[in-house]
Design a protein around this ligand. Structure first.
Ligand code: SF4
Length: 429
């Protein structure tokens, strides 16, 4: 029996127990959510040393961080280091998107190095090995499953039906998903249907065997604001919803990936439509980036979109780094992107059912420390204490306020004024 099947029978396996404890949710309630497919807990049966994480309703918004070699920059060691740095910075999951030479080596090293769920995109391996065939794609998927990968992105929404829609309504940017474009290439070159879509039942059997969580990729995500919310994207949502239903019926945990570039006023509609069409499947968001014009700042454009999406019900944010659209991220970029995305996830959690009280308690800790000009308390409550400390001390000026207003510190002045008012009141009595 799969985790989802056990949960739907009211059992509380140890993964559910562990996540329930960490999230402060009733185990039986979490089991119901897992059984209904509203929460996923990715965890390959072969994975060792995994710290289970839950993604979905009533749980905190999670953050994934992408790492991986490219054909230009192919250092497995650097990518392992980035994965470890991301986890150190608080990433809840890591995806290895390697496309360099030895993909097996990178994947296995990352699996050994981190204890969070690891995701991959098996079609990359088929493409890199020049085996972009039905057999090659399933071989890659099985290899990743056997290695212990916890979740895989499969671009099942990119198929002859959705591509026909794309042909009828051309876009400015076309398809910007790497897996989506590889799938298009396969369809164009062979005239055959996307194998993961055509043989979805076989895919589900494999997922069952290894307890592999599926992440139904948004291969048709818009690559610019102009292309957002078009017919092809909505066609993909509808098909993914149907495929979610089939996965759940097979006892396979499944989440759905969401759009890339979307203007701020279309994000809520987009997220609610995806949630509705997928019967509340956990929603994994890439971005959404709220503008196209900020290369170098796309970790911020994505965080803006992430907050809006999180408020509308998105469950899992994929970190974007300052290198987005420009270069393979450095380790520093990965760390920056992780923290900025965690800030977005937390801002969404301040409004999220089931977790908002805990999230607000964290902010209250910071506010209380600020009100007392308690600097150690502020560092302790900061999402990145080291950065807060470094900025406070970088000029070597040590005061009990900070160098922004110095002697005119509003917090101190208003506190002193309030104390004087109280004294005056006592004297009047
Ligand atoms: S000096 Fe100004 S910025 Fe700094 S703690 Fe006081 S009020 Fe805040």
């Amino acid at each position: 029996m799969t985790l989802m099947e056990e949960a739907s029978r009211g059992r509380v396996p140890r993964e559910i127990e562990a996540v329930a404890t960490r999230e402060g949710i009733e185990p039986a309630k979490l089991a119901r959510l897992v059984g209904a497919g509203r929460v996923v807990i990715p965890g390959n049966l072969r994975r060792e040393g995994l710290e289970p994480a839950g993604i979905g309703e009533w749980l905190t918004t999670k953050v994934n961080v992408n790492v991986g070699t490219s054909q230009n920059l192919d250092s497995p060691e650097n990518e392992v280091e980035k994965a470890m740095a991301a986890v150190e910075a608080g990433a809840d999951a890591v995806m290895d998107l390697s496309t360099g030479r030895d993909l097996d080596l990178v994947r296995r090293k990352i699996l050994d190095a981190v204890g969070v769920p690891l995701g991959t995109v098996p079609i990359y391996q088929a493409a890199v090995k020049k085996e972009l065939t039905s057999q090659g794609m399933f071989n890659a998927l099985e290899k990743h499953a056997k290695d212990g990968v916890d979740f895989v992105t499969v671009h099942v929404g990119v198929n002859k039906i959705s591509l026909e829609r794309l042909r009828q309504d051309p876009r400015v940017m076309g398809v910007v998903s790497r897996g989506g474009s590889l799938t298009m290439k396969y369809i164009a070159e062979t005239g055959e249907e996307n194998p993961y879509y055509a043989e979805y039942d076989y895919l589900l059997e494999m997922a069952r065997e290894y307890e592999l969580t599926l992440s139904l990729g948004d291969g048709l995500r818009p690559g610019c604001i102009q292309d957002a919310s078009d017919r092809a994207k909505y066609m993909e949502f509808i098909m993914l919803g149907e495929l979610v239903r089939r996965a759940r019926a097979a006892g396979v945990q499944v989440m759905v990936e969401g759009p890339g570039h979307v203007p701020a006023d279309e994000i809520e509609t987009s997220v609610r439509a995806m949630k509705h069409l997928t019967d509340g499947a956990p929603l994994y968001l890439l971005g959404p980036l709220v503008t196209d014009i900020a290369p170098g700042y796309d970790h911020i454009t994505a965080a803006m979109g992430g907050v809006i999406a999180g408020m509308a019900g998105a469950d899992f944010l994929c970190a974007t780094t300052p290198s987005e659209h420009l270069d393979l991220p450095t380790k520093e970029d990965v760390i920056e992107g992780t923290y900025v995305t965690r800030v977005a996830a937390h801002a969404a959690d301040l409004t999220r059912p089931g977790v908002r009280d805990r999230a607000r308690a964290w902010d209250l800790d910071m506010a209380k420390a600020r009100a007392k000009l308690d600097w150690p308390g502020q560092f302790h409550a900061a999402i990145n204490p080291a950065r807060a400390k470094q900025i406070r001390h970088r000029r070597g000026v040590e005061t009990d306020t900070c160098t922004m207003c110095s002697e005119l510190c509003a917090i101190r002045l208003s506190k002193e004024a309030m104390e004087r008012e109280l004294e005056n009141e006592k004297d009047r009595k």
